[in-house]
Design a protein around this ligand. Structure first.
Ligand code: HEC
Length: 155
């Protein structure tokens, strides 16, 4: 067998299993794409909401409705308000790259569920002189609970 024959045969041999691998990868891609779609469809946020009442609204949606005009939950993404990435357990007014009011900077506590609940209900009661404005307060305890659970989940 000449050298070229040998190489040609080798190429044929190796192309077989490779084809199968490619086909397998294709199939895996289709399967994972389908799984991803099913997963997204099964998320409550992807389901149509009957009414804009608070019932059936996910924590994320409640957050979007009440907070997202000013806050993002992504790390480092400050808007009008500071980012709320891992805010539960974070010291109030402590982000180095956000210009807090002096009231918030001097607030000497760490955000926990209880503080957040009171703050979202009525910011001035927890940090008098804060600059989270215009914000009317969220009177629905149910919505506050959902939003706090959303903020507390691992991000
Ligand atoms: C109109 C804009 C606006 C809206 C709406 C708003 N915020 Fe804020 N938020 C701010 C601003 C501005 C600050 C900075 C306050 C300061 O420095 O005194 C702030 C501060 C905060 C802080 C303190 C963060 C820290 O690092 O100490 C928390 C917690 C917070 N907001 C949660 C919320 C939540 C939860 C909602 C929705 C229920 C919400 N905010 C709605 C503008 C807003």
């Amino acid at each position: 067998m000449s050298q070229w024959h040998f190489i040609a045969r080798l190429a044929l041999l190796t192309s077989g299993p490779r084809d199968i691998r490619v086909r397998l990868l294709d199939r895996m891609f289709v399967i994972s794409a389908l799984t991803g779609m099913t997963y997204m469809l099964s998320l409550p946020s992807a389901l149509p909401q009957a009414a804009q009442g608070t019932e059936g609204v996910s924590g994320q949606q409640a957050f979007n409705n009440a907070c997202r005009t000013c806050h993002m939950v992504r790390e480092g993404d400050n808007r009008l308000g500071p980012n709320l990435y891992r805010v539960v357990g974070r010291k109030a007014g402590s982000l180095p790259d956000y210009a807090f009011s002096s009231a918030m900077k001097e607030a000497d506590f760490v955000w926990d569920e209880q503080k957040l609940d009171r703050f979202i209900a009525n910011p001035d009661e927890v940090v008098p002189g804060n600059s989270m404005k215009p914000y009317g307060g969220l009177s629905s305890g149910e919505d506050r609970k959902k939003i706090i659970a959303f903020l507390a989940q691992p991000q």
